[in-house]
Design a binder for this molecule. Structure first.
Ligand SMILES: [Fe+2]
Ligand SMILES: [Fe+2]
Length: 297
């Protein structure tokens, strides 16, 4: 991963949740409501498996679908331990996970995998560090290992996409900036929720504003490390950022037009014979290896 765990994780200085507190369990259930929705959006792997640009991606996505759906079950087990029933996710989470579903492979790997799953990972690290219950910790750590692989795959595919589609850099940056903006809005909602439920003084949650700022900063660093912000828009005026965000619908329309007319993506059933996996795995054996005795007959 571009950013290792020790950098991505926030230091809660040993503070932890108390599962014997009903208030803590309710808050944690609200957090897992958001994750549960995100994990169910793993069904989108099916869409991207059909549109996978190469065999290696198809193999990865078919495995990822199984992992995301196993995370659904793991989170349901967490709800059982908390003694709370799952509820709907916040509209901002639903919009970022489903409403912003990518229109191209580049949008999917950048926005949903490298950046989106990178965000989920930061929150998983925070929960693994602030929950002491051994089974909860174990569930989170096993999901973390898989999410780290998803992020790494997203990062590598983003680099490849930018190399072959440099004109889409600004569209991806505009969408990433929109993600940052939506997260800033969500921060206000969560801060108000903490105040209204009297949890602003909580051992862990009193560190929430710092944790949230750290998470957004790491997201911005990942945007830079992915090479999306070559013109340093993140560090320029809010006017430049807004202008870029406002241009997103137009850039998306252009991208659609290009995919429809000149750069129409092909399915693997049309391209598999030229696929790097097929080419690299075709290694003819020598005549001796075709003799029956070599098969143990
Ligand atoms: Fe997941
Ligand atoms: Fe994932």
């Amino acid at each position: 991963m571009l950013i290792p765990r020790q950098t991505l994780a926030f230091d809660f200085k040993g503070a932890h949740f108390d599962l014997e507190s009903a208030q803590d369990r309710k808050f944690l259930a609200w957090v897992f409501d958001q994750f549960l929705y995100g994990e169910v959006t793993g069904i989108q792997c099916g869409h991207w498996l059909f549109h996978a640009p190469h065999l290696n991606a198809a193999t990865f996505l078919s495995k990822q679908a199984g992992e995301e759906l196993s995370h659904v079950r793991k989170i349901l087990r967490i709800f059982s331990i908390l003694g709370e029933k799952p509820s709907p996710a916040h509209p901002a989470i639903r919009f970022m996970s489903t409403g912003m579903m990518g229109g191209s492979w580049g949008e999917h790997v950048t926005l949903e995998m490298a950046l989106g799953e990178g965000l989920v990972l930061t929150a998983f690290y925070a929960l693994a560090d602030t929950l002491q219950h051994p089974e909860l910790k174990r569930i989170l750590e096993s999901a973390i290992t898989e999410e780290e692989r998803h992020v790494t795959f997203g990062e590598n595919e983003t680099f490849k996409w930018l190399k072959s589609h440099p004109s889409e850099r600004k569209l991806l940056l505009g969408l990433a900036l929109f993600q940052v903006m939506a997260l800033q809005k969500l921060k206000n909602f969560i801060s108000r929720k903490l105040l209204s439920t009297g949890m602003a003084e909580h051992l862990v949650l009193s560190k929430f504003p710092e944790f949230y700022d750290h998470t957004i900063r790491q997201l911005e660093i990942r945007i830079e490390m992915l090479g999306l912000d070559s013109e340093k828009v993140l560090q320029s005026s809010s006017w430049s950022r807004w202008t870029l965000i406002a241009s997103v619908p137009f850039r998306m329309f252009l991208g659609k037009l290009r995919r429809w007319s000149i750069d129409r993506p092909k399915l693997l059933t049309q391209t598999y014979l030229e696929d790097p996996t097929v080419l690299s795995e075709f290694t003819p054996v020598g005549p001796a290896d075709r003799r029956p005795e070599e098969f143990g007959n």
